[in-house]
Design a protein. Structure first.
Length: 226
């Protein structure tokens, strides 16, 4: 009988989670903080049109361009929050189990006019896009296909293997669902704007560690935008 690869993957992650000594708690240092508080939530089409028009494509157009406001608008449409009754209470754009965010959102910026190339983390609760201090800028090591390597922007969905906030037995599935919701919104809006995108099924964690340095973050998968 063929192996259940999904089950094997979950078992492997569970064994990793129990062996915390393999990882160094992540300490991310920021070089720059960019506030997105003034960016509006603007989309020019209906939800129905967006759903019907959404598509994935690995074909990179000969000429594609991003301005920083394009990226900022996409982030606001898919990941931003609104405050609840207190400063510590946030309502997220997409479902977040228990109201506690475990996913971390990192962007590899390669070709965005107005932004320095590098690795950025978006922090929804403070609405900040932060440029991260990295050990290496060899982002190609994270991926395997040319369309991944040549994308203008890549979004990485990560979670921390040590600093776990939620105590659900199926927490990995919650994270997968939440990142899928964000990816759906992004792909719909990218298709509306005549841009292309595709999800990567696998990210090289060793390459990710070489870029960021030894850490406890686990990159689940990526969305390449071009």
């Amino acid at each position: 009988m063929d192996k259940n690869l999904s089950l094997e993957f979950v078992k492997e992650l569970e064994s990793v989670l129990k062996n915390e000594t393999e990882f160094v708690p992540t300490e991310v240092e920021y070089l720059e903080e960019i506030s997105l508080s003034g960016i509006g939530l603007n989309s020019s089409v209906t939800l129905e049109d967006s759903l019907l028009g959404r598509k994935s494509s690995r074909e990179i157009l000969e000429e594609f361009s991003y301005e920083k406001k394009d990226l900022f608008e996409l982030i606001k449409l898919s990941m931003s929050t609104r405050k609840g009754s207190s400063d510590n209470n946030h309502f997220y754009m997409t479902p977040v189990a228990g109201g506690q965010r475990e996913l971390k959102y990192f962007f590899i910026v390669r070709e965005v006019e107005g932004l320095v190339n590098g690795l950025y983390e978006y922090i929804p609760e403070s609405d900040l896009l932060c440029r991260v201090k990295i050990k290496s800028d060899d982002f190609d090591k994270l991926f395997y296909e040319n369309w991944e390597i040549d994308s203008g922007v890549t979004l990485l969905f990560c979670f921390d293997l040590i600093q776990i906030v939620r105590q659900y037995h199926n927490n990995l599935l919650h994270c997968a669902f939440e990142s899928g919701c964000i990816s759906q919104i992004l792909q719909m809006e990218l298709s509306n704007r005549g841009k292309r995108s595709c999800i990567s099924g696998y990210v090289n964690r060793i390459g990710f560690n070489q870029v960021l340095g030894p850490n406890s973050l686990f990159p689940m998968y990526a969305l390449s935008m071009f």
